[in-house]
Design a protein around this ligand. Structure first.
Ligand SMILES: C[S@@+](CC[C@H](N)C(=O)[O-])C[C@H]1O[C@@H](n2cnc3c(N)ncnc32)[C@H](O)[C@@H]1O
Length: 202
């Protein structure tokens, strides 16, 4: 039997997430309609040709993008030097981390002063029901790990960021509803842009 989510270590949670997205990458995902299926990515604004393009990293070379470098790592420990990055972007990744404070501290470490974090993610607009919070599929499906907006603002502030802005996109509730049909999950979750700046003077 699987360990309860609330009692699981960060490593166990990360491994579960890794298994889930490894299966997606190999085309084995059993999830019918969640944040990584083509239906939802259409709703998220990906054109079909972009979705088809994305997995083929080799495409960077084929298309002559010689200023692109791929590094394998985790958002809690970025394979990047201190103060070497101008902008951090990501879509729907931070909610999956069991160590979000560490993620924001790490983002702060790698950014140059004046550098920006500008990511999109799923955030909670109300405390999630216990039933959802303890559900492994809801966690790996970008729901159960979503932080509330004020928690995110607090974590970003503690990491040292300023000009923090979390902007929910209410229209996203229409596709989030489909991730757990009939459960009213869209009452709790929304897609948002999260922006913050590493101040010039600390
Ligand atoms: C919901 S998908 C989003 C993928 C892509 N950003 C997009 O918009 O289609 C989440 C991705 O985050 C990756 N991921 C999850 N936890 C991670 C972590 N701790 N460090 C790095 N990547 C992680 C997963 O492997 C998966 O590729």
């Amino acid at each position: 039997m699987k360990t309860k989510l609330a009692e699981s270590s960060s490593d166990t949670i990360r491994e579960e997430v890794r298994q889930r997205y490894g299966a997606t990458a190999r085309g084995e995902s059993s999830c019918a309609d969640d944040c990584c299926t083509s239906t939802s990515s259409d709703a998220l604004g990906y054109a079909a040709e972009d979705s088809a393009f994305a997995p083929e990293a080799e495409n960077a070379k084929l298309n002559g993008f010689d200023n692109v470098e791929f590094r394998l790592g985790e958002i809690e420990a970025l394979p990047v030097a201190d103060e070497s990055v101008d902008v951090i972007i990501s879509n729907c990744v931070i909610n999956l981390s069991p160590q979000k404070e560490r993620v924001f501290r790490e983002a702060f470490r790698v950014l140059r002063t004046g550098g920006r974090l500008a990511v999109a993610d799923i955030v909670a607009t109300a405390p999630l029901p216990e039933e959802v919070k303890g559900d492994w599929a809801a966690y790996t499906g970008c729901m159960a790990g979503a932080s509330e907006i004020d928690e995110l603002e607090k974590m970003l502030g503690s990491a040292g960021f300023d000009r923090i802005k979390v902007a929910p996109k209410d229209t996203s509730r229409s596709f989030i509803r489909e991730w757990m049909p009939g459960k009213g999950i869209e009452e709790y979750l929304v897609s948002a842009t999260i922006e913050a700046t590493k101040p010039l003077h600390s």
